[in-house]
Design a protein around this ligand. Structure first.
Ligand SMILES: [Zn+2]
Length: 360
């Protein structure tokens, strides 16, 4: 691990406007609307009103001139569909995401704007950033309002938060909140039991807890506490990420393997390793300073009513431009926020098994 130079601050937020018809303000506050809107919006985006009207018009012939297919009714129906579509598109509230940073042995000032850019580019998220006091400063006033957000994305690896802030965070996730852990964020808080439950595996020594890897056939292999290697990584290199669970919304439809851009490959992570659903692994090759095992790269864990997604990819700004990283981050954040993923299309520039792909 290394400490990187500090770089730019957060990017300004992009405008949220969707254009077109603006509904009354009351339409923006649909009760419990997140799940509903996702169901409604996806099909509505493909609706072409003329096509709908034409299709309904063509039905007049076979069924005769019944009231059901009178032109005026068709027009009224088409008009209603139009407004329904417009209202649904305009009223869809963005998911509220909070990136937490401020201390990290990585270049958080460079990587937070990249995480923000990726999330905002989906059009699904409105992103805020909560930056903690610097190392050595009083942390008591660092009290992000986690409960105001659908998902918290941690780019934080630093000093412990206050007891009140930790409790607020536990309450938030247990109460149904989403949590996304990016790379070194799983190095943080070894003294915090609930955090260790959420991450499942973290940057800890072998005495901390068991280790979980997969064998070549994808079967789990548990290494007991105190045995085997602790957390580490070899030299950075490009490596293949292998999807181990293609049925989860985060990985569904993605290629079964892709070549991830040059990055650290975490190995020997330790923790409670309970309730983990491993979505993807990477072979930590012995000739690359690794363990020879298939190490977890992407996984999810339930915590109370909440959902936690971990990606240990993304050491540097460059690694975070891998389209595999971007796609799984965006999907993981949506899933953590809602339990669903509407971003089902695989990007055209997604990496292949033998070729990396980055957006720069
Ligand atoms: Zn790193």
């Amino acid at each position: 691990m290394r400490s990187d130079d500090e770089a730019d601050g957060p990017l300004p937020a992009k405008p949220n406007g969707t254009g077109g018809f603006r509904p009354p303000a009351t339409s923006l506050r649909l009760p419990g609307s997140i799940d509903l809107i996702h169901v409604v919006v996806a099909p509505c985006r493909t609706v072409k009103i003329p096509t709908v009207a034409a299709a309904m018009g063509s039905a007049i012939g076979p069924y005769g001139d019944s009231d059901l297919f009178k032109p005026s009714l068709i027009l009224a129906t088409a008009t209603l569909l139009f407004f329904h579509t417009s209202v649904a598109l305009a009223a869809a509230p963005k998911l509220k995401a909070l990136i937490v940073d401020g201390q990290n042995n990585h270049d958080w000032q460079a990587t937070t704007p990249i995480l923000r850019k990726h999330l905002e580019a989906t059009g699904l998220f409105a992103v805020d950033v909560a930056t903690s006091p610097a190392k050595g400063q009083d942390m008591n006033d660092f009290q992000p309002k986690f409960a105001d957000f659908d998902v918290v994305v941690s780019n934080y690896n630093g000093e412990p938060w206050s007891s009140a802030t930790k409790q607020a965070f536990v309450d938030y996730v247990a109460g149904g909140g989403g949590f996304v852990i990016v790379h070194a964020a799983n190095n943080a808080f070894p003294e915090w039991p609930e955090y260790n439950e959420m991450i499942g595996l973290g940057w800890r020594g072998p005495e901390f807890g068991p280790r979980l890897t997969l064998d070549d056939a994808g079967r789990p292999v548990r290494t007991p506490q105190g045995q085997g290697p602790g957390a580490g990584h070899g030299p950075q290199h490009a490596y293949e990420v292998i999807v181990r669970d293609g049925e989860h919304p985060i990985t569904k439809g993605l290629p079964s393997a892709w070549l991830h851009a040059t990055d650290e490959l975490y190995h020997g992570q330790r923790g409670p390793a309970a309730n983990m659903r491993i979505l993807a692994t990477a072979l930590s090759a012995s000739d690359q300073g690794g363990t020879g095992a298939h190490e977890p790269m992407l996984w999810v864990i339930p915590f109370g009513k909440g959902r936690v997604f971990t990606t240990v990819l993304g050491h540097s700004p460059d690694a975070m431009q891998c389209v595999g990283f971007i796609t799984t981050l965006d999907r993981g954040a949506e899933w953590a926020a809602t339990g669903e993923v509407t971003q089902t299309a695989v990007p055209a520039d997604f990496p292949t098994a033998d070729k990396t792909s980055q957006r720069k």
